[in-house]
Design a protein around this ligand. Structure first.
Ligand code: AMP
Length: 430
């Protein structure tokens, strides 16, 4: 199938072909005709499927067909996204695909000075890409007018709900004209998403690509068993010896991201951390350096990394496994995007065996285990509860003492270094 058969204008097709795309991805092939027809859409698609162009292209097309007087054109499309980085990326896509059209996009994000945004809003904005919190700041200051929005897109709606944006979203919905087209994109369909979709969408077309919670075939996944205290060392070795560049490393905490980035930099591996405590300027700079290839490693927490879109991102590393198995799917969705090869490596210590089981159950596949010689887990080390501030059940002053007992090592036969039950943890104080 080619883009030309989808009903997009010459100007859009030219921009798409200059971007190097020859054929639509499955989500684009299904979503574009629906959006062009004016119907509401409920789309199940995660990052990496080409979903951004799946809504951007037809939205541009619809807005470019109906002409509006240039001087006082109102905001006609609103795209709500969960994170600042995603807002910047979606706006960039709108700008790029719309470069031969006369439509102006704007990204509106928190964490930066509001005044330049107020000034920008005084000029023409056709497509507003916003994070909910900052948009509501503008609503409160009466610096934005949403009363002419014709198309609403909720991108990564599941993430917006996870991040607690539901009330903000509802407030924003109340400000939009009743008559409009609604597009909802979500990687998963929880009951909460279904409830949101029920209230928002009018007789929607449903398109879904890649069964939810499955991991793409073109991502090579590996588990590296290692002791928790030796993860840093192993990661530096893997990066150096494998000559890995553009490595996105996930840590569980902001503190962990900082510490790891410092350690790797000391080892001669250029690294920066990106998380919610960093200023927007620092996050943007780190991301730009990483995208351009200047920065070898980016250490990130889940929320900061959400929506990072880098073409051909070759390596994703789970320095620590996520607490929620679905996040594993999101994380590794950053590699092997749109048909390209990628490698997802997870450093797994004894504390994380249950998390690994949950992931394998969810993705319905067993992840191959690779044991790096010299890094075999010490069988005397016992599992500890995971300390990240989120695991409230096991929190408390000394969560380590309450961890589950030592279990056999991971891997179904590939690696078996069963941990004896009675020995004390090696090298740990009492
Ligand atoms: P998304 O899922 O929107 O984040 O897109 C994932 C990646 O796929 C981005 O790097 C896009 O530039 C790329 N992409 C989107 N559409 C296509 C296409 N039709 N052909 C090749 N790559 C694409």
């Amino acid at each position: 199938m080619s883009f030309a058969t989808l009903g997009l204008s010459e100007e859009i097709l030219r921009a798409v072909s200059e971007r190097g795309y020859t054929e639509p991805t499955p989500i684009q092939a299904q979503a574009i005709p629906v959006v062009l027809s004016g119907r509401d859409l409920l789309a199940g698609a995660q990052t990496g499927t080409g979903k951004t162009a799946g809504f951007t292209l037809p939205v541009l097309q619809r807005l470019s067909v109906a002409k509006v007087a240039a001087a006082k054109a109102p905001i006609r499309a609103l795209v709500l996204v969960p994170t600042r980085e995603l807002a910047a990326q979606v706006e960039e896509s709108v700008r790029d695909y719309g470069k031969y059209l006369k439509l102006s996009p704007m990204a509106m994000i928190g964490g930066v000075n509001i005044n330049p945004q107020i000034a920008r809003l005084k000029r023409r904005v056709d497509i507003l890409v916003a994070t909910p919190g900052r948009l509501l700041d503008h609503v409160q200051q009466k610096t934005v007018d949403l009363s002419h929005v014709e198309i609403l897109v909720l991108d990564e709606a599941d993430r917006m709900l996870d991040m607690g944006f539901i009330r903000d979203i509802r407030k924003i919905l109340a400000l939009l004209p009743k008559q409009r087209q609604n597009l909802l994109f979500s990687a998963t369909f929880s009951d909460e998403i279904k409830a949101l979709a029920d209230g928002l969408l009018d007789n929607p077309a449903l398109v879904e690509v890649a069964r939810r919670n499955t991991t793409a075939e073109f991502i090579t996944q590996k588990i590296y068993p290692v002791d928790r205290e030796r993860k840093k060392e192993l990661l530096a070795k893997l990066i150096k010896e494998g000559n890995w560049f553009q490595v996105l490393v996930f840590t569980r905490t902001k503190h962990g991201a900082n510490g790891l980035a410092e350690f790797l930099t000391k080892q001669g591996i250029q690294s920066l951390a990106i998380h919610g405590n960093k200023s927007q300027a620092a996050r943007t700079r780190a991301l730009a350096e990483f995208k351009s290839g200047k920065l070898q490693v980016l250490c990130a927490t889940d929320i900061a990394a959400r929506g990072i879109d880098i073409i051909e991102l070759p390596h994703v590393v789970n320095y620590e496994l996520p607490n929620v198995a679905e996040d594993y799917v999101h994380r590794i969705g950053r590699t092997g995007r749109a048909g390209r090869e990628g490698e997802a490596s997870s450093l797994v210590c004894i504390d994380e065996h249950k998390l690994l089981k949950d992931i394998e159950r969810l993705t319905k596949r067993e992840i191959p285990v690779v044991q790096i010689p010299g890094f075999e887990p010490d069988p005397r080390i016992k599992a500890e509860a995971i300390r990240n501030g989120q695991n409230r059940d096991r929190g408390g002053k000394n969560p380590g003492r309450r961890g589950p007992p030592a279990k056999p090592a991971i891997g179904q036969g590939a690696v078996r270094s069963a941990a004896p039950q009675s020995r004390r943890s090696a090298g740990r104080g009492r």
